[in-house]
Design a protein around this ligand. Structure first.
Ligand SMILES: [Zn+2]
Ligand SMILES: [Zn+2]
Length: 93
């Protein structure tokens, strides 16, 4: 019967004397209660809360500014695939 492996408590990355409360969902940093923030009920460090808010703003701005941004990204992806396939044929030729 395998022994239950207990994971030693990892201290907060900013407060070495405090036990880690959880990990940030984005940067995987260990956070104590004082360092923890919640974004949509998911543990997130304050720096990532700010970063995510900025990313969301950027996405909203891009979507409002260029409605075909997604289509463009898709087209670029298809072009990239064609270029990759072409490069492969060159390698095999
Ligand atoms: Zn984080
Ligand atoms: Zn902390």
């Amino acid at each position: 019967m395998p022994a239950l492996k207990l994971v030693a408590p990892i201290p907060c990355e900013r407060h070495a004397d405090r036990a880690g409360y959880g990990r940030c969902r984005r940067c995987d940093r260990v956070l104590c209660g004082a360092c923890s923030s919640f974004l949509e009920q998911v543990l997130t460090c304050p720096a990532c809360v700010r970063a995510l808010a900025q990313e969301e703003d950027a996405v909203l701005f891009a979507a409002g500014d260029t409605p075909h941004a997604y289509g463009l990204a898709l087209a670029l992806g298809v072009c990239g695939t064609i270029v990759a396939l072409y490069a492969m044929t060159l390698v095999h030729a």
